[in-house]
Write a protein that binds this ligand. Structure first.
Ligand code: G6P
Ligand code: MG
Length: 212
């Protein structure tokens, strides 16, 4: 029996993954580095700087640390412009109904995300004060596939790992949860991961899993 659900943010609660792609693509184009949707899959769940390192694998020259910081800042500016256009209407009915239903059942709800934009995104979606605990990229030293973000969330909730369920869309996130000993719900590409406990097609299937 589960007492808590820890949700990844990007690609689970909202579709910000498409904005990440557009922003990284603009950054990569500006330094003439090839980037496409396939490479973008490897950035899911991974921190901002680690994402840049993956993109720069295709660069024809080395970049200094200072240049790398500038490039991540440039990407983040483009990304935040899109985040600032988001509103409560970007939260799908299915996600909102599922979250509400879980909360009404007395399940504790947390966010475990590598993103440093987590608070901004939750605010835009009207979810600022909704979750019991929010652990994000500002609270951790190791991003997914390291289990730190989920372990910290479980610890802050005061719920043992075995009584938490982690919801993820990314392979790096499933690896992180698996390494931390969590059972997982996998949506989108994470539904195909060998370590995913419960692959689902629809987000609201989480309710059945919890109430079972
Ligand atoms: C999430 C996304 C990643 C992103 C990371 C850092 O985990 O899935 O694609 O790179 O957050 O996001 P940030 O908003 O801090 O740049
Ligand atoms: Mg994600």
């Amino acid at each position: 029996n589960k007492k808590a659900v820890i949700f990844d943010l990007d690609g689970v609660i909202c579709s910000t993954d498409k904005y990440h792609y557009i922003a990284w693509k603009a950054m990569a184009d500006s330094i003439q580095v090839y980037f496409d949707e396939n490479i973008n899959h490897r950035l899911r769940g991974v921190s901002r700087m680690e994402s840049l390192e993956i993109i720069l694998e295709r660069a024809k020259r080395e970049f200094t640390e200072e240049e790398k910081i500038q490039l991540t800042e440039k990407k983040n500016q483009i990304y935040q412009k899109m985040l600032n256009q988001m509103s409560e209407s970007d939260l799908s009915g299915e996600v909102w109904n599922t979250l509400k239903r879980l909360k009404e059942s007395g399940i504790l709800l947390a966010i475990g995300s590598s993103s440093k934009n987590t608070k901004l995104i939750l605010e835009r979606l009207g979810l600022k004060d909704f979750f019991d605990i929010v652990i994000d990229g500002n609270d951790i030293s190791n991003s997914k596939p390291d289990p730190e973000v989920f372990l910290k969330a479980a610890d802050s909730l005061g719920v043992p790992v075995e009584e938490c369920l982690v919801v993820e869309d990314a392979n790096a996130g499933i690896q992180a949860a698996y390494a931390g000993g969590f059972q997982t719900v996998g949506v989108q590409e994470a539904a195909g991961n060998e370590h995913t406990t419960f692959p689902v097609k629809h987000f609201d299937e989480i309710i059945k899993l919890i109430e079972a």
